[in-house]
Design a binder for this molecule. Structure first.
Ligand code: MG
Length: 252
């Protein structure tokens, strides 16, 4: 009997769960914060400072779990919890603006180790690359062409401005598929946060969770990840084999 291809169990489970008989990967839909950039330490610091100043009690750690949500959603949820009411549109705009100011005051953010290798591998395999971020902060988005030269087209990106509902809604990933002209069974999602993983899984794409911060792998599995890798360099090392297996494994 032939040895099964690597990742067969994970791929077959995904195919069955979604009612697909095969996968032909054509696009990689890639999260930005905590995936392409090692930016979550700064984001959680800026959020903690901002929300504490509004008089709402919060911990730094909880902001890792909100990652993927739009800024407006995060502010609104915290207002409901801390003030017993929704934030006004004006408050959402003003506070998010202040959060981006606090973020920019922090030391510079660097690309995630292993991310350049990961995206280069996906490009080499012929996959379209689309950035799908809940962020509306231009400070990082604008650096992508410099930090990932030739790897991302500026017209293949979904930001908070392009969606009515942020992650964990599948909308950002479904819009990214539409933009790339692909279907869910032709898509992989690459994420580092549970809400993003949930959005990817609900979109029907093969959803890869990567632990790049303090969130444990278990949270990614619970959110619906089809596979979880322990670091970005490890995923970069395994990506070509995973894509090959996705191409070959089918339900007969
Ligand atoms: Mg992220």
């Amino acid at each position: 009997m032939n040895t099964p291809l690597p990742y067969s169990a994970e791929i077959l489970r995904w195919l069955r769960r979604n009612g697909y008989d095969h996968c032909s990967p054509r696009a990689a839909l890639i999260d930005m914060d905590g995936t392409l950039y090692d930016s979550m330490v700064n984001h959680t610091a800026a959020w903690h400072r901002l929300i504490t100043e509004t008089g709402i009690h919060c911990t730094r750690e909880e902001f890792y779990l909100y990652e993927g949500r739009t800024g407006a959603d995060t502010i609104n949820e915290l207002f409901k919890r801390g003030k017993g009411r929704e934030a006004t549109e004006q408050e959402k705009r003003d506070l998010y603006q202040l959060k981006t100011v606090y973020f920019r005051e922090l030391p510079p953010v660097h690309p995630m180790p292993g991310a350049l290798e990961m995206v280069t591998t996906l490009q080499g395999l012929g996959l379209k690359r689309v950035i799908v971020t809940g962020s509306g902060q231009s400070s990082l988005i604008d650096r992508i062409p410099e930090d990932f030269p030739g790897l991302f087209s500026t017209d293949l990106r979904i930001t908070s401005r392009d969606v009515a509902n942020g992650k964990p809604s599948p909308e950002p990933y479904l819009k990214a598929m539409e933009m790339a002209g692909v279907k869910p069974w032709q898509s992989i999602v690459i994420e580092n946060a549970p809400l993003g993983v949930e959005a990817g899984a609900r979109s029907g794409a093969f959803t890869i969770g990567i632990t790049t911060g303090p969130i444990p792998a278990e949270e990614m599995w619970n959110a619906g990840a089809d596979i979880v890798f322990p670091s970005m360099p490890e995923f970069a090392r395994c990506a070509a084999q995973l894509i090959l297996s996705l191409t070959k494994i089918a339900i007969s």
